[in-house]
Design a protein around this ligand. Structure first.
Ligand code: MG
Length: 184
């Protein structure tokens, strides 16, 4: 039986791959910031970076990164058989497997992640736009969708966290009021 691949190796490989393919964590965090700022007054970039890292801890996300970028690299090296080589290389709009792979890894973050992913797929912003318009300069057919999915998951995670924090704060205030009343 083959030895199991250690999670730590998968995580390291996925993070290294993003870096090698020209995607910085801050680039993804910038997209998260743009998505969440309208709903989150005082949102800090640090919180977006932290959320992106948290999403990148998920094994499913790491696997999707490794599969998608591997296919991009194979297409760059012209290692695929036709017609797939041409389809991936030209980022054929009706291909859809790039979106499907990326979409698969956002489900763990609920419906906000799914709808945000759909939005980012249409309104390519920040790094997603840069990757999409980088044609002729490497193949990023899978990478742009992967980045959109990471950003979408990180945004959804933040939205849910924000609500949790608001509710915790409200409860704290109610408890304080209650305790003050009893002390009177
Ligand atoms: Mg694509």
């Amino acid at each position: 039986m083959k030895k199991q691949v250690h999670s730590r190796d998968v995580r390291t490989a996925a993070l290294k791959r993003l870096d090698e393919r020209g995607v910085m964590i801050e680039d993804i965090a910038e997209v998260v910031y743009l998505m969440q700022a309208p709903y989150n007054v005082g949102l800090k970039m640090d919180a977006c970076v932290e959320s992106v890292y948290a999403v990148l801890e998920k094994r499913e996300v790491q696997h999707a990164i490794l599969v998608g970028t591997e296919l991009d690299i194979m297409a760059e090296k012209r290692m695929m058989s036709e017609p797939l080589q041409s389809i991936v290389e030209m980022d054929e709009g009706l291909f859809g497997c790039d979106e499907t792979l990326a979409l698969g890894s956002v489900f763990g973050y609920g419906s906000i992640a799914v709808t945000t992913f759909g939005h980012l797929d249409k309104q390519k912003i920040g790094i997603i736009k840069r990757l999409d318009t980088k044609r002729g300069n490497g193949v990023h057919t899978f990478l742009d969708d992967l980045v959109a999915s990471i950003a979408a998951s990180a945004s959804s995670r933040m939205a849910h966290r924000l609500r949790d924090e608001e509710e915790a704060e409200r409860e704290r205030q109610l408890n304080t009021q209650h305790n003050n009343k009893q002390a009177e």
